[in-house]
Design a protein around this ligand. Structure first.
Ligand code: HEC
Length: 174
């Protein structure tokens, strides 16, 4: 009887130990799935995928950056490569660094991202959702595409960009 109880306890413990890694793997998978969903509805790809803003998305370079930039008073910024490439993407960034960029607009080098990257809106992401986005981005194939670096105002544009200056008088379309 005594032995039986001990054996059952041992078996229950063994089963728990066997299931734990499975549970951890399932949790990771669901975080990645949640991240994929969020990246979709938050439209990261609409800006960070080349060709998207021109109606011809290059899906083989999904989230690897865009050659269509955004021009504002401070210059022109091009949506960077978000794949795990160490050279041209964010493969060298820690989870925390990526989450900071998304929620506070701070790059690891301290530069503030232009608010056309909607970090002021993304600031309200929960920790779990921010981590899910990172988990998903880490599953992307590393892509070596390299969009232009930011260009200061007055410098020549290396590639096309959308000019964010307001235009028209507000009565043109009537
Ligand atoms: C409206 C366009 C737009 C959308 C939508 C957008 N981004 Fe961005 N993002 C940009 C631009 C432009 C930059 C570069 C800004 C700069 O250099 O100042 C940027 C920069 C970044 C950076 C910093 C990368 C680096 O190398 O500096 C990260 C990380 C990032 N975005 C992640 C995301 C994620 C994740 C999403 C979706 C949840 C997203 N972005 C949605 C336009 C966008």
């Amino acid at each position: 009887m005594q032995n039986n109880v001990a054996l059952r306890t041992l078996l229950a413990f063994a089963a728990l130990v066997a299931v734990c890694p499975l549970a951890a793997a399932a949790e990771e998978e669901s975080s990645t799935a949640r991240g994929k969903y969020l990246v979709g509805i938050m439209d990261c790809g609409g800006c960070h995928t080349d060709g998207y803003l021109a109606g011809k998305p290059e899906f083989n370079r999904y989230l690897a950056g865009s050659m269509i930039g955004f021009g504002g008073p401070a210059g022109i910024v091009y949506p960077p490569n978000l794949t795990p490439s160490r050279e041209n993407g964010i493969g060298n960034w820690s989870d925390e660094e990526i989450i900071n960029a998304i929620r506070t607009g701070r790059r690891p080098d301290g530069r503030a991202l232009a608010p056309v990257m909607p970090w002021p809106t993304y600031a309200s992401l929960t920790d779990t959702d921010a981590q899910a986005i990172v988990d998903y981005l880490r599953t992307l194939p590393a892509n070596e595409f390299r969009p232009p670096r930011p260009v200061a105002a007055g410098q020549p544009a290396p590639a096309p960009y959308l000019d964010l200056k307001p235009a028209g008088t507000g009565t043109d379309a009537t």
